[in-house]
Design a protein around this ligand. Structure first.
Ligand code: FES
Length: 105
């Protein structure tokens, strides 16, 4: 099963088993990763699952829906911003590290 590491702004890390086919957000919520609130339950309507993905590996493109919601995130949007609920785990994500955006500065 792929593992994904969630890094907090303070550097603390939590490594989580992420079943293929689930979302990165659901993996985080299931492991009580701080800062991933997922208030809308994965509907791309809250941006409380915002993460930064600095890994260069190929990820699915940002949909229009995700793009719009990322503009509403409380932490600053960067070129690495993604909604973790829109990232479906596949085998290629094994070893991925994401930075939890949280509430921002
Ligand atoms: S859980 Fe609400 S946008 Fe991802």
């Amino acid at each position: 099963m792929p593992t994904i590491t969630f890094r907090q702004p303070d550097g603390a890390e939590l490594r989580v088993d992420a079943p293929v086919g689930t979302s990165v957000m659901k993996s985080a919520v299931g492991a009580d990763v701080p800062g991933i609130l997922a208030e809308c339950g994965g509907q791309a309507m809250c941006a409380t699952c915002h993460v930064y993905v600095t890994d260069d590996r190929a990820l699915p493109p940002v949909s229009d829906e995700e793009d719009e919601m990322l503009d509403c995130a409380s932490a600053p949007r960067t070129g690495h911003s993604r909604l973790s609920c829109q990232l479906v785990v596949d085998e290629d994500m094994d070893g991925l590290t994401v930075l939890v955006a949280g509430e921002g500065p």
